[in-house]
Design a protein around this ligand. Structure first.
Ligand code: EPS
Length: 387
């Protein structure tokens, strides 16, 4: 399967096209809207989230609530567009609007300067508009579709925030379903109430200072069959694919699986997961330090992946920058933004990981209809059992 997104943060709409979905998958806009709503939440979000109420329109590939096998096209309108028609319209700008809201002072940490140089754009808005994390709206919508596909085969996925700034939350090892239920009620997507209060306070303090905060988020995928991904070629390794997808999320700087970077300081005997066998469970493990992946393939244990998000680079008390016209030193541009989007980033990562797992699932069991996939999966499970 594949998908592409298009659209600008202050443009009329965001768009995605998904190619390769099977037919007969029940697909409801409301379920995708729930994901979009989750992405909009979280303490530390800015004013934009009060303007938008992200809702998806399914404008291709779905009929009477199920997919037909045709490309699925999704659209989310930007409500804020009504304030930007003159600045962001596709038609030539009227003379009085030319150069309005032009961005000349690149924000350190953002795509502004590199993008301006690369695409030879003298208005950095042409970079900002597309590099904006607003684009993740569509990745969550697409992930919402992937989650529906995975759910039909008993694969569930959830996320939690583990750190915001210097506040660490207790890592909870609840099931995906329990985790999803508990974190949904937390303004910072944690299960640890004491840490929650300290995180909220840290975000408020950063906001007060015109500063921003990053953090660490974790995603867990349960019910994954053994053998998604492959060891035989570098670009078929599922951990590599998930890592690429996660690092492509705006502001993400690092990713780890299972015990991750902790493995560096431990001995092999403390890092790997002994292999066990019983009639009832077949091959299994009692620990999951590998985070559900060995040799680029799923082990059948839950996939556990963590990532770090840097603090958002738009600062209300900006760092030093240079005016691209005059080359003089100036403070960087201030564009409306969030103080902390870590809770939202957890939802984005959950959906991005869902897509990668769904894609690997389709690669292994792919058929043109949901029924064909189900038959392939049943067959494979029986083969694994007989092994
Ligand atoms: C948004 C994410 C952020 C917000 C954006 C909406 O993106 P960025 O990477 O550009 O900081 O700033 O909101 C605005 C551009 C705005 O006008 O407030 C999102 O997640 O929807």
């Amino acid at each position: 399967m594949r998908y592409l997104t298009a659209g600008e943060t202050h443009g009329p709409q965001l768009t995605a096209i998904i190619e390769g979905l099977p037919s007969n998958l029940p697909l409801a806009a409301e379920t995708i809207n729930e994901e979009l709503g989750r992405r909009q939440k979280g303490h530390g979000r800015g004013l934009r989230m009060q303007i938008e109420k992200d809702t998806v329109q399914l404008v291709g590939g779905v009929r009477h609530g199920t997919t037909t096998g045709a490309p699925v096209a999704l659209v989310v309108e930007n409500k804020d567009w009504t304030h930007w028609t003159k600045i962001m319209g596709a038609e030539p700008a009227a003379e009085e609007n030319e150069g309005k809201r032009r961005i000349l002072r690149p924000r350190p940490g953002h795509a502004d300067l590199n993008g301006g140089l690369k695409y030879n754009q003298k208005d950095l808005r042409n970079i900002l508009e597309r590099s904006s994390a607003r684009e993740t709206t569509m990745r969550v919508a697409v992930g919402g579709v992937a989650k529906q596909l995975l759910a039909s085969f008993g694969i569930t996925i959830a996320c939690q925030v583990l750190r915001i700034g210097d506040v660490t939350a207790e890592r909870s090892s609840l099931t995906a379903a329990e985790l999803a239920a508990i974190t949904e009620d937390s303004p910072v997507r944690v299960t640890d109430k004491a840490a929650e209060a300290r995180m909220v306070a840290a975000i408020d303090a950063a906001k007060e200072d015109g500063d921003t905060l990053g953090g660490v988020v974790e995603v867990v995928v349960e019910g994954v069959p053994v053998g998604l991904g492959s060891h035989v070629q570098w670009d078929r390794k599922l951990d590599g694919k998930i890592a690429q997808a996660v690092l492509s999320i705006q502001a993400f700087k690092g990713v780890e699986f299972g015990i991750g970077f902790e493995a560096a300081e431990k001995r092999g005997s403390q890092v790997h997961d002994a292999i066990l066998y019983s009639e009832e469970k077949g091959f299994h493990r009692e620990s999951n330090r590998a985070g559900g992946l060995e040799g680029g393939m799923t082990t059948g244990e839950p996939i556990v992946v963590r990532a770090v998000m840097k603090p958002i680079s738009t600062l209300y008390k900006p760092l030093l920058s240079v005016d691209i016209d005059t080359k003089e030193a100036f403070s960087a541009q201030v564009e409306r933004s969030d103080t902390c989007a870590v809770p939202a980033a957890a939802v984005i990562m959950e959906n991005v990981v869902a897509w990668e797992v769904a894609n690997a699932f389709m690669e292994k069991f792919g058929g043109d209809s949901l029924e064909e996939i189900a038959a392939n999966l049943t067959n494979y499970k029986a083969q694994v059992e007989r092994y």
